[in-house]
Design a protein around this ligand. Structure first.
Ligand code: SF4
Length: 178
């Protein structure tokens, strides 16, 4: 897996101050995507043990709420494979900090019924995620007033509650501690 960028202080992509990783590679090609250079899977630099160490260290301060995964598309097959060692280490080191993952794939139409059944990494990866913001960016649905998402069709999903209940549970911002 390649990555485009790592931000150590991100306040736009999830709650609180977060460390954000922008992976390379996306097959969705949404119109007016904010990050088109990351469509190419070979864009940026290789994501190695060194980057994992850097991110784990960057997440250490108490003011860091957690880790956000963006792209590109974190849920492309090769990116799931590349992210697994990172999220395993993150949750082991910081069980009380959260992981937000942004994906263009639909959680209920594709990730749960297809990826989870057909791809070996997906169930474990989802077990570490707290929040997924799903759906492609749709220009016609764009709304600058939305928090943590770009277009109205995108949903902020409580992954663990959805997995536990077997149905879609949207993030309850008021009741959330993360
Ligand atoms: S899913 Fe995200 S990175 Fe991929 S094309 Fe759409 S907006 Fe761009």
């Amino acid at each position: 897996m390649n990555y485009a960028d790592i931000k150590s202080y991100d306040v736009a992509n999830g709650t609180g101050v977060r460390v954000s990783l922008f992976v390379s590679g996306c097959t969705h090609h949404c119109k007016n995507c904010f990050n088109q250079e990351t469509w190419d899977f070979s864009y940026g630099k290789p994501f190695t043990e060194k980057e994992i160490d850097f991110i784990i260290e960057a997440c250490k301060p108490s003011y860091i709420s957690g880790l956000s995964l963006l792209g590109g598309e974190p849920m492309e097959y090769v990116n799931q494979m590349g992210l697994l060692p990172l999220v395993r280490r993150f949750k082991e080191a910081y069980p009380d900090k959260t992981i937000w993952c942004y994906t263009g794939y639909d959680f209920t139409e594709y990730i749960l019924p297809k990826m989870c059944k057909e791809w070996e990494f997906t169930p474990e990866l989802l077990s570490y995620f707290d929040i997924m913001v799903d759906g492609k960016f749709i220009e016609e649905e764009k709304d600058l007033n939305l928090k943590f998402r770009g277009s109205r069709n995108q949903r902020i999903i409580d992954v663990q509650k959805s997995l536990a209940t077997g149905q879609l549970v949207l993030w309850d911002e008021k009741g959330a501690f993360f």
